[in-house]
Design a protein around this ligand. Structure first.
Ligand code: SAM
Length: 222
């Protein structure tokens, strides 16, 4: 898979893309991530990517021209184009799974009050939100999307099953609780069944514990 990211703060993505599983996946060519500085696509002398808002009001708006020039520089192949936006479709594991099978994704990170709406209409770009809260820019949301998608690419996670049991692998179920050594910590015990060696009972306990946790933490999942 190839992912292209357009941002006015490339440095915000560079360090995280070198770390941990994501860094290893990139080093091993399981995913290719290109981070581009949007300012280089602004043609005026000051490389200005923002301007005041038509209709008035506080804050600046990111201009359409540099974003169109940036994304069109990838033609003919740009894959699905996403504009990170709190007003977009909310990212969930089903969409992450769908995107992990794409050959190419293009991500545009907004700043300021957001991006000229003609980017959505004209490129076109799909608006994508990572949750119902507002951040200052699309760089962290882009990283969230890249990490979530990359860990589903075969070979990125060592044991294939380690994401097959994660929360939301079954859409309405969270993961079960996990424990490791020591067996007792500050008078809290690891449930006996997990030490029993009885795989059938362990599986049944985990299933019920996952249901309990889902009811407790996310009753909305039903
Ligand atoms: N005025 C916009 C609104 O209320 O919908 C918020 C703009 S926000 C301050 C600036 C940029 O941060 C957005 O253009 C977007 O790229 C990014 N952003 C902020 N929150 C986000 C979220 N929850 N999901 C995805 N992108 C987000």
């Amino acid at each position: 898979m190839r992912i292209d990211v357009f941002t006015i703060f490339p440095g915000m993505l560079e360090a995280p893309l070198r770390q941990s599983l994501l860094g290893k996946a990139i080093a091993e060519d399981l995913v290719e991530v290109w981070v581009h500085d949007l300012r280089t696509f602004a043609t005026d002398a000051h490389h200005q990517v923002d301007d005041t808002s038509f209709g008035g009001g506080p804050g600046m708006v990111m201009k359409a021209e540099p974003v169109f020039a940036a994304v069109e520089s990838l033609d003919p192949d740009r894959g699905r184009v996403f504009l990170l936006s709190p007003a977009g479709r909310r990212l969930d594991q089903a969409l992450v799974r769908e995107l992990s099978t794409e050959a190419h994704l293009t991500l545009v990170c907004g700043r300021y009050e957001g991006v000229d709406e003609r980017v959505v209409e004209g490129l076109p770009a799909e608006e994508l939100s990572i949750g119902d809260y507002v951040l200052s820019g699309g760089e962290v949301p882009a990283l969230v999307l890249i990490e979530a998608v990359t860990r589903l690419i075969p070979g990125v996670i060592g044991q294939q099953e380690s994401h097959e049991q994660d929360s939301f692998s079954e859409p309405h179920l969270l993961d079960h609780p996990h424990y490791t050594r020591p067996r007792e910590f500050r008078e809290m015990q690891v449930p006996d069944v997990l030490l029993s060696g009885n795989h059938g009972e362990i599986e049944a306990w985990r299933r019920e514990a996952a249901r309990d946790k889902t009811r407790r933490n996310r009753p909305d999942l039903g």
